[in-house]
Design a protein around this ligand. Structure first.
Ligand SMILES: [Zn+2]
Length: 59
């Protein structure tokens, strides 16, 4: 299965519920950092296996 995590752009709606790519558990939003104007970077963290994923999100 191709890794969708490499796609940097997700809408806010798409990112509302997100599952860990490694264990499938729901990931929690752990950090929001400002990026370019109109975008921020959201870090999701898995409580089960500590896997983290970052997304650039249009706001
Ligand atoms: Zn996990």
């Amino acid at each position: 299965m191709p890794s969708a995590q490499n796609d940097p752009l997700f809408s806010v709606a798409d990112i509302g519920v997100f599952s860990c790519a490694k264990c499938g558990k729901p990931m929690k939003l752990s950090c929001i950092e400002p990026a370019e104007p109109g975008f921020d970077v959201r870090t999701f963290e898995c409580e089960k296996c500590d896997h983290t994923v970052k997304f650039a999100v249009s706001i």
